[in-house]
Design a protein around this ligand. Structure first.
Ligand code: BES
Ligand code: ZN
Ligand code: ZN
Length: 536
């Protein structure tokens, strides 16, 4: 992950290997282009015309500078129409162009100088660069960049400022926090299921919590049995890798009830006895994308310190068809006592989420949000760019949709069509885990709704967006971190009062756990203390 630095050097004098400057549709020069053109004695805009560049978002062209400026290469990047060039264009362009400059050590840029809000532009720029620089090469003997066939070297980004330093600095830091959290989620999702077991996820959560000052309790199999978590235990029954429930708490001195979040953590979904075919299993290591995004959200929140309280309860299990696996027709008793009839062991996400939702509802949160790679139906409906948002509370749904838009990580609402409840009526249990084929994303949500009681709730079905099956413009093949940035943005929007993020990242391995309680003295007493949360 590159580091970000503000610099007041001129574009021609910045000590960098490459310089990225923007241009707009119609080949209009953006900030920094003029001074570079003068130094090079060249008309860069007509060079772009000669090579057929229009200025579409993220379109780029690299030109050698022959020692006439400090940087050896200048990279022109398109930002679309000048009037429309804002945070979305900056983020996208930064994501795309960064993938082509990872062979350089230091890269300077003026891209974040575009737009009306220096903070929002710097945020989008840092986020785009950090997301674009992401690679998953932990399992490669020799990590090389597929485009350049060189080892990626990108270490430092110089954001060249033209004033408004403090707003830009805040934006850079915050954008980096968002993207680093999302990139951590990507690492977790990309890690193969042979390594990323429920206990691995739990260990990762515990380490993160220790570094960021969150409270963490990991529920073991025996504790889940004592606690009545029949859904998590049932789904995990066919694997030797025992299930877990990861509970994390952030106390930010909010004066309202906490926000509850959860995410589906199926570390591998074979379908169980209702087994998938080979093609259907190819990506099923990514079936914990919702859990990873929820963990990433907790990590970012611990760094950004919004004034709000938060509790996460993340269920994790491996869905395999071992000899002790659950069977079609089995009835599971969930946390809180409701039962479900398992007609298809491949509809397992809702079974583990049911327990987590019921557990969160006990804490009387003000809202509950779950994220899950839950149904192929959501992917059929909305494709790979847009996730489904379904819930019981319009205000919450709208806030999540707005947060997703701001982050360039969009959702779209599907209806919680209660008439379809009849499709999941069971003759032997309170509810069954499969409806008819049609409207599968909705019946899955209706199943979840059974377990949230009267708490306002929204569900994000990220089956289509959590990973990219093929490498595209914005994302390389693999995990995207969706919907982590949406959740972080939503939670920040709920903050009672904004505050500057911590400037030092919580990486210092030896540092003592930072107590969120440093703020507690000044915070109003919270009406909903989580007294039943056990610490482990
Ligand atoms: N994990 C899958 C959903 C999924 C499919 C996510 C493809 C990402 C890509 C989920 O557990 C599942 O198998 N759902 C079934 C439910 C059905 C059996 C009711 C589905 O969507 O087909
Ligand atoms: Zn499944
Ligand atoms: Zn699944």
């Amino acid at each position: 992950m590159p580091t970000f630095e503000l610099s007041s050097a001129s574009p021609t004098e910045a000590a960098a290997d490459a310089l990225i400057v923007p241009f707009f549709q119609g080949r209009e020069p953006g900030p920094g282009v003029d001074v570079v053109q003068r130094a090079l004695g060249a008309d860069l805009m007509s060079t772009l015309a000669d090579h057929g560049l229009q200025g579409k978002v993220g379109e780029s062209f690299a030109i050698p500078t022959f020692g006439k400026i400090e940087a050896k290469t200048v990279v022109l990047v398109g930002l679309g129409k000048r009037k429309e060039a804002g945070t979305q264009a900056i983020r996208k362009a930064a994501m795309k162009v960064t993938r082509s400059v990872t062979k350089f050590h230091t890269v300077a840029s003026t891209v974040h100088q575009v737009g009306d809000s220096p903070q929002a532009s710097a945020h989008a720029f840092a986020e785009g660069v950090a997301l674009g620089a992401y690679r998953f090469d932990r399992y490669k003997e020799r990590p090389i960049d597929s485009a350049s066939q060189e080892k990626p070297k990108l270490a430092k980004i110089l954001a060249l400022t033209n004033g408004r330093r403090s707003a830009s600095q805040t934006g850079l830091t915050r954008g980096q926090v968002y993207a680093e959290a999302a990139n951590w989620a990507r690492d977790l999702v990309n890690t193969p299921a042979i390594d990323a077991t429920p206990s691995y996820l739990a260990d990762e959560a515990r380490t993160m919590a220790r570094r960021s000052g969150l409270t963490c309790k990991i529920w073991t199999k025996a504790e889940l049995q004592r606690g009545g978590f029949g859904g998590i235990l049932g789904v995990g029954a066919g694997s030797v890798n025992e299930p877990r429930l990861i509970e994390l708490t952030y106390e930010g001195g909010g004066n309202r009830a906490p926000i509850g979040i959860t995410g589906k953590g199926v570390t591998f979904d074979s379908g169980g006895l209702s087994i998938k075919d080979a093609a259907g299993m190819e990506w099923m290591k990514a079936d914990m994308g919702g859990a990873a995004a929820t963990l990433a959200t907790m990590r970012a929140v611990a760094e950004l310190q919004p004034r709000v309280d938060l509790i996460a309860a993340i269920p994790s299990a491996e869905n395999l068809p071992g000899g002790s696996a659950i069977r079609p027709g089995d009835v599971l008793r969930h946390r809180g006592g409701k039962t479900s009839e398992v007609l298809n062991t491949d509809a397992e996400g809702r079974l583990i989420l049911a327990d987590a939702l019921a557990y969160l509802a006990e804490k009387k949160p003000r809202v509950i949000i779950d994220s899950a790679t839950l149904t192929g139906a959501a992917m059929v409906a909305l494709g790979n760019d847009v996730y489904a948002v379904i819930g019981s509370d319009q205000q919450l749904i709208d806030a999540l949709l707005a947060a997703g838009r701001e982050e360039g990580e969009q959702g779209w609402e599907l209806p919680l069509w209660t008439d379809y409840r009849r499709h999941i009526e069971s003759s032997v249990a309170d509810v069954k885990n499969m409806g008819i084929r049609w409207g599968g994303a909705i019946t899955a949500a209706l199943f979840l709704k059974e377990f949230v009681g009267d708490v306002p709730w929204a569900h994000l079905d990220v089956a289509g967006t959590a990973f990219a099956e093929q490498s595209g413009d914005l994302w390389p093949r693999g995990a995207t971190g969706s919907p982590a940035r949406t959740l972080i943005r939503y939670i920040e929007g709920e903050s009672g009062r904004g505050r500057a993020p911590r400037t030092s990242a919580p990486k210092a391995k030896a540092s003592a756990p930072r107590k969120a309680s440093s703020r507690k003295s000044s915070a109003p007493a919270s009406g909903s203390k989580r007294t039943s949360a056990r610490r482990g």
